[in-house]
Design a protein around this ligand. Structure first.
Ligand code: PLP
Length: 420
């Protein structure tokens, strides 16, 4: 081959490869669902960033959980993932449960006040001073000696809780965190467990054993090489089983059928259909399905929480500050920079949802005040329309927008304050 032909051929190949790598235009206008929400928000929304809870979709997700968590097993609502009194009340009524899992002392006090006949299991071992504070701030008829389970993970903490009980002149119900493979703490050996159960048994005036908590999200989160899901689940349940066996054989006085044997979380709740050891299943996030919960075990769940924020400015094609050459290059390369918008607020732990194909330009950077959004032609977005995002997780994001807006049939029906 002549050298000139070779050079032309190589150049053509390079151009072809570059074309193949070039991003495709991705913007799509709203589908009917988001078009209706945008119309509603333009008429009746707060004209600032807000968080929508779609009650029709929430209902579907509650039904999915209830179809799985059947009597005699109990459903425990994870309060931190649904941190609004009215949202919690809605879920608890529809699911017919009074059981809550709380992770934060001020929220636990609010739960006790709002749900005086509730049953609260603390989901992580709190410093004993937080427990002390709970008693100091307790209001209403909630009776912790019957309705509260404190989670304890070590003999040292158990000793501290014993001293708290002595100081308060009351009895604390103690649930022991066990390590079923997650290795996020919790009792991992028989000796330690035995030591803790012995202390509880020796102090019946101050301590009452109320059960175990074994959390197992690693079962669905680990990569394949760590083991098959079946094997990981079997191993978690075997660890759980062996702690229960120790309790029943060595501390039979502490055993009774009413103990809370708590397990699961959103990613794994469905797997527990195939075991009959646990009797108390925690689920929170799956009811709203933030993007971190787009996993196969939750295929029956639908996203039910969205951030909506107004478009403030439509400024035309991407223009980076002072970098005209680079902006031209970026526009020539990526059709998704054809239109640039600035929205009200931003920098949330969330992913763009609708219109489809929106993205943040990372050269322009993040902003919590007016975030940039770019799109190819065809998004249909205009000033005062709304950009919709899906939170990546619910627990922190739901607290960032003031009252939640409950939506049914595409209309805003209620405003629900969040926990403080
Ligand atoms: C102990 C425990 N149980 C259950 C859950 C599940 O919560 P969710 O269903 O919101 O993922 C969590 C989440 O952090 C947890 O720490």
């Amino acid at each position: 081959m002549k050298r000139r032909h070779f050079v032309i051929g190589a150049a053509a190949l390079g151009a072809g490869a570059a074309l193949a790598l070039r991003p495709r235009a991705e913007a799509q206008p709203y589908d009917d669902y988001f078009r209706a929400l945008n119309d509603e928000l333009r008429r009746n929304g707060p004209a600032r960033p807000c968080l929508l809870i779609d009650l029709d979709r929430l209902d579907r997700n509650i039904d999915a959980v209830m179809a799985s968590v059947r009597a005699p097993r109990h459903y425990r609502v994870v309060e931190k993932s649904l941190p609004s009194p009215k949202l919690l009340d809605y879920v608890m009524r529809k699911a017919g449960t009074k059981r809550l899992m709380s992770f934060h002392q001020p929220f636990a006090n609010a739960d006790a006040r709002l749900f005086p006949d509730g049953d609260i299991l603390i989901g992580k071992p709190l410093p004993v001073r937080a427990a002390e504070r709970f008693y100091r701030e307790l209001q209403g008829s909630f009776d912790p000696s019957r309705q509260m389970q404190w989670l304890v993970d070590t003999p040292e903490r158990l000793q501290q809780y014993l001293e708290l009980a002595q100081g308060l002149g009351t009895r604390l119900r103690i649930n022991i965190e066990i390590d079923v493979g997650l290795h996020r703490g919790g009792v991992a050996d028989d000796e330690t467990l035995s030591q803790m159960l012995a202390l509880i048994q020796a102090q019946p005036q101050q301590l009452e054993f109320s059960g175990f908590m074994g959390y197992d999200p690693h079962v669905t989160a680990l990569p394949r090489f760590a083991g098959s899901r079946d094997a990981l689940f079997a191993s978690a349940m075997q660890a759980y089983e062996s702690r229960v066996a120790l309790l029943r054989s060595q501390y039979p006085q502490l055993w009774n059928e009413k103990l809370t044997l708590n397990a699961a979380g959103s990613p794994t709740y469905k797997l527990h259909e195939r075991e009959n050891l646990s009797n108390d299943i925690s689920v929170g996030s799956a009811l709203l399905k933030p993007t971190h919960f787009d996993i196969d075990t939750l295929a029956a769940h639908v996203p039910a929480a969205f951030i909506a924020t107004p478009v403030l400015k439509a400024v035309g094609p991407l223009r980076l500050p002072e970098l005209d050459g680079l902006s031209r290059l970026a526009r020539a390369w990526d059709p998704n920079t054809r239109e640039m918008f600035f929205v009200y607020g931003g920098n949330w732990m969330a992913d763009y949802e609708s219109p489809q194909g929106l993205r943040r330009n990372s050269l322009y950077g993040k902003s919590s005040n007016q975030e940039n959004v770019t799109a190819s032609a065809g998004s249909g977005l205009a000033v005062d329309d709304h950009v919709f995002l899906r939170p990546q997780q619910s627990e922190a994001v739901l607290l960032e927008f003031g009252d939640l807006l409950a939506v049914r049939g595409g209309r805003i029906v209620e405003q629900w304050p969040v926990l403080a």
